[in-house]
Design a protein. Structure first.
Ligand code: DAH
Length: 332
């Protein structure tokens, strides 16, 4: 029995030391120490021994079990170390390799202009508000004092959703005036940038979808002079001191940056491009929103963002703003 144990010792230690992965070590543990394993098989023969021999053999068997277990643990530690080292070697990163430059995008030029305009108005204490592009005709027209016969209400000018003409794609951001007056407390200073839609043919200065920024002030004693001062400031800040513009009355034009005012396809021969409409808020609109026109007055404007961006960046065709050709966008 002693000899059997000695040969089991030699064979098992050799096999354990030669195994090269955690699974085969586990298999060896079962093979030698398991319930049906080789050591158990040897111990089954204890019955044949004399009572004096039994404890001696039992002790030897326990010792052998401990030796095999120790050899297994040692081999496992060595193997896991080797595996870790292999992995570290395989995953080594060469920090001296030059990086791969990733092309990154940047803000669209039109949004640069919008950000400039927002900054100017935030600096003057204006709030920036957002509103629906799908609008009620009531807000887009009626509450703005645009009567039933007005040409902009025509089906050839406006995208309507319903046959009764009640719901439409807003044609201007001016309905935001009414939303503001109906929901905010006075005084009001707000701008509302957003998309607007008209059944216009696409050309160098038109698109069926474009962006407008509505601006409005309602306060006591607001005058046309305030409007003029504000618009002068905005236009001067964006275009610099030398920019020629008309007196703000109800339309503000910028001199065509393509031809300098001589007339060309960009300005359709006019030398000027309209960038905004503006004026004093009609007393009827004020009272329609529950504001007393004898106490409050207001001015408002609606400026076309694409056309402002065209002026700022000397863009000669509005279509370039929407086409998003990277060769165009990369220039800004
Ligand atoms: N909503 C007008 C347009 O789309 C622009 C405009 C004119 C806005 C006068 C105003 C205003 O707020 O007072 O052409």
């Amino acid at each position: 029995m002693k000899e059997l144990m000695q040969s089991l010792r030699e064979a098992s230690i050799k096999a354990i030391n030669e195994s090269d992965n955690p699974e085969s070590i586990e298999a060896l543990r079962v093979k030698y120490l398991g319930k049906k394993g080789e050591l158990t098989a040897i111990l089954r023969q204890m019955g044949k021994l004399t009572p004096e021999e039994r404890p001696v053999m039992g002790q030897l068997a326990n010792q052998l079990r401990a030796e095999i277990e120790e050899a297994i643990e040692l081999r496992k530690t060595i193997l896991s170390k080797a595996i870790l080292e292999k992995q570290l070697e395989a995953e080594t990163v060469d920090v001296t390799l030059p990086g791969e430059a990733q092309p990154i995008g940047h803000k669209h030029p039109m949004y640069n202009v919008l950000d400039q305009i927002k900054d100017i108005f935030i600096g003057m204490g204006f709030e920036i508000v957002d509103g629906p592009e799908v609008e009620l005709a009531d807000y887009n027209f009626t509450k703005l004092n645009i009567d039933e016969g007005h040409p902009s209400r025509d089906w050839t000018d406006t995208f309507y959703f319903t046959e009764d003409g009640r719901i439409l794609l807003r044609t201007q951001t001016s309905p935001m005036q009414v939303h503001a007056m109906e929901t905010k407390s006075l005084p009001i200073r707000m701008i509302a940038p957003g998309r607007v839609y008209r059944k216009d043919e696409v050309d160098a200065t038109h698109s069926p979808m474009f962006h407008q920024i509505e601006g409005m002030v309602i306060d006591k004693g607001v005058t046309m002079a305030d409007l003029k001062a504000t618009l002068n400031l905005v236009v001067e800040k964006i275009y610099g001191d030398h920019f020629p513009f008309t007196e703000p009355s109800c339309e503000l034009d910028i001199q065509c940056h393509k031809c300098g005012g001589k007339g060309c396809p960009t300005c359709k021969g006019e030398g000027w491009i309209e960038v905004l409409g503006a004026g004093m808020v009609h007393p009827k609109v004020l009272s329609g929103c529950g504001i007393d026109p004898d106490v409050y007055s207001g001015w408002a404007f609606g400026m076309g963002l694409e056309r402002l961006a065209m002026g700022e960046y000397k863009i000669t065709d509005l279509r370039l703003i929407f086409e998003n050709d990277v060769r165009f966008l990369e220039q800004f």
